[in-house]
Write a protein that binds this ligand. Sequence first.
Ligand SMILES: Nc1nc2c(c(=O)[nH]1)N[C@H]1C(S)=C(S)[C@@H](COP(=O)(O)OP(=O)(O)OC[C@H]3O[C@@H](n4cnc5c(=O)[nH]c(N)nc54)[C@H](O)[C@@H]3O)O[C@H]1N2
Ligand SMILES: Nc1nc2c(c(=O)[nH]1)N[C@H]1C(S)=C(S)[C@@H](COP(=O)(O)OP(=O)(O)OC[C@H]3O[C@@H](n4cnc5c(=O)[nH]c(N)nc54)[C@H](O)[C@@H]3O)O[C@H]1N2
Ligand SMILES: [Mo]
Length: 768
Amino acid sequence: MKESKSKNIKIFSPEELSKMKLSKPPKNSVGMPAILSSVKQMRQYMNPKDALNLSLKMNQKDGFDCPGCAWPDPDDDRSSLGEYCENGIKAIAEEATKKSLSVDFFKQNSIQSLSNKSDFELGKLGRLTEPMVLRENSDHYESIEWEEAFKLIANELNGLNSPDDAIFYTSGRTSNEAAYLYQLFVRAFGTNNLPDCSNMCHESSGVALSQTLGIGKGSVTLEDLHKAELIIVMGQNPGTNHPRMLSALEKCKGNGGKIITVNPLPEAGLMNYTNPQSPLKMLTNGVSLTDLFLPVKVNGDVAFLKAVMRLLLDKEETNPGKIFDHNFIKTFTEGYQTFINDLKKYSFEECVKESGIPKEDIIQATEMITDSKKIIICWAMGITQHENGVENIKEIVNLLLLKGAVGKPGAGTCPVRGHSNVQGDRTMGIWEAPKKAFLDNLEKVHKIKAPREHGLATVPAINAMHKDKGKIFFAMGGNFIGATPDTAFTAKAIQNCNLTVQVSTKLNRSHLITGKKALILPCLGRTDKDFQDSGEQFVSCENSMGVVQSSKGILNPPSKKLKSEVKIIADLASATLPTSPIDWQKLAANYDLIRDAIEQVIPGFDNYNERVRKPGGFYLPNGARERKFNTKNGKANFSVNTIPKNELADEEFVMMTVRSHDQFNTTIYGMDDRYRGIKNERRVVMMNKEDIKELGLKAHSVVDLTSEFNGVKRFAKTFVIVPYPIPRRNIATYFPEANPLVPIDSFAKGSMTPCSKFVRVKVVAASV
Ligand SMILES: Nc1nc2c(c(=O)[nH]1)N[C@H]1C(S)=C(S)[C@@H](COP(=O)(O)OP(=O)(O)OC[C@H]3O[C@@H](n4cnc5c(=O)[nH]c(N)nc54)[C@H](O)[C@@H]3O)O[C@H]1N2
Ligand SMILES: Nc1nc2c(c(=O)[nH]1)N[C@H]1C(S)=C(S)[C@@H](COP(=O)(O)OP(=O)(O)OC[C@H]3O[C@@H](n4cnc5c(=O)[nH]c(N)nc54)[C@H](O)[C@@H]3O)O[C@H]1N2
Ligand SMILES: [Mo]
């Protein structure tokens, strides 16, 4: 039971942590301070002309898809100010930075010295410009020609005992075209080992929604949000992570809709908001988007939903036919009676207690739900990243089904996706568990033999690398070591590999914790122009609501040596599979041909090339939206879920790991979390002030955190205590700093999503 030590993980001293400043969270979110903050970011890191051009083209119909989140753009009128978004601008400034990394930089900086830099510092070094190799036992990356790099990878891949000894990760920025070609290469090579960031993100949503409604995606459109009578936002912080969603919520309210927020934290964006596109409103204090805030205990959501449904059932029994939508239930669903019989086993009081929400507030929420027919429930990581993440979502579906609130205007499911094309990547076949029909089509169209055995998702991939030496790990984007749980354990897994390859735009921790040999293959980003043999190319992405749109970069790339992700895959495939029946180079020369192939293999992409060129793109088919439930029984299914037993041992806390306002996942834009009033520090523990008192601590005390799971103890050192309005015995830390505490074997049943929002920890006196 001792800390597993791995090199290259930075530990901070308390002195380094002393610059923190706290202030009250702001009265209003977005508005002027947001604009100033993003302007600062642009001014600091970009050429002024690029900055202006980019902000005008962001999320416009003829522009590029913001590389930030997956929130959709309006189908019709888009604000002339640009679909403005503070964090979108930061994402762009980060990618379109004027700084770049030369070969000399790598000569001057060893892996060891780079490892001492924080994630924030690494990101700020600039864009990668040339392929680099880290040879065995070397401490410096050195330059390598593209051709030699591909040869090296091909040799290693072809030298494996089995194609299943290679693992091919994807992060959700990869375009449809690149994702399709990538999975095609991986399957032609012979494996389904295609873990992706989705495994750590909305996998629980995909599993739960497929089982209950027959489609792993949400059912609503942006228009539906505007028309809803009631939107319930659960486990999501849109002010920071999906800022443009706030305009949709504002529109809903403008149309008379109401908003309930279910969250352990009173997140600033939801509590108060000023639309950056309304200069007049910016002078005032903004509006409260949330009509009713429910401070649920971490993982108290099933209890909350059951409490509400228990009350609804009582009302229904005294007013038969008035509360539930029996017509819908009879025609479209199965499992109603079993669900109701189970619900009756719970007492309202018991559910209230487990939820942590005041009883009166639950009664009020129930009134609002009773009065509404058009209900949308939105959710994100606060719901999915739990052991019972899949059940959380099934319980959300139960409530919607009772109210007949699926598949009609203004109502439905809204899992709010993370990365800008994470949903599209899955549609393109980035999935370790592909459907038979998909593989059959792939074989037919491309004349390859597709492997049938399911591959490794993220957590099993880490375990496989940890156990067996000699694997190859290839990452199409992302920052695997930064994003995955159990940092020290995963580091060892990665270091077990013979070769690790990162296709990246910027330097991150995954370039420093590597296999015996490592390669960096630098690629074009979303904002860069992409020229191939047939001329200038565009790519396409699918947003959170199933709209596929084109995206075309407008900047000159930071280096002539960069290749597009598509071209990198094609070159790798040509080197690895010289006798392949697929003409990889032809596909890479003209992305229209890749789209033609997608059209043949994946349903819903008819006339892809034509329709994607229309301004605003096109909607993919969505059964649940039309009440066509493609489940095994053709019905929408009620399900029986249980309230988790989350008793805590003495001195134990439940830790959730969240994003600050100044980061995109492992990319740290800045050290502030403006909406939470925390400045200049990321190693913080947000804690209820009564708990701070009880532990004999004070605001700004420095502590260590430990977690123990299945007999293994984990440590993360030096965090500063910040008093925060958070339920008792719940604490919040930032991702990725707290990832060393997230146990590799603690994941959601049914989806294997790491429980990043529920880590049992102890807060102990700092040991340094
Ligand atoms: N600017 C920016 N945009 C982003 C990202 C980013 O890092 N920066 N990341 C992108 C990605 S990949 C994703 S997946 C999304 C993430 O978007 P979010 O899911 O909004 O991100 P988190 O910070 O993980 O926030 C989780 C929220 O859930 C709450 N929560 C935690 N536990 C519970 C619980 O048990 N119950 C309930 N009801 N609430 C809980 C937290 O208080 C927090 O408000 O954002 C995407 N967009
Ligand atoms: N504890 C904890 N852990 C979590 C989470 C949490 O809430 N808590 N959230 C999880 C979630 S929801 C997700 S989605 C994962 C995220 O996991 P990842 O997607 O793996 O991580 P990112 O930080 O988004 O990846 C950032 C890197 O991507 C590269 N990159 C950026 N743009 C491009 C591009 O256009 N092409 C290529 N090839 N590379 C590019 C850059 O080098 C950058 O450093 O993390 C998960 N981990
Ligand atoms: Mo995500």
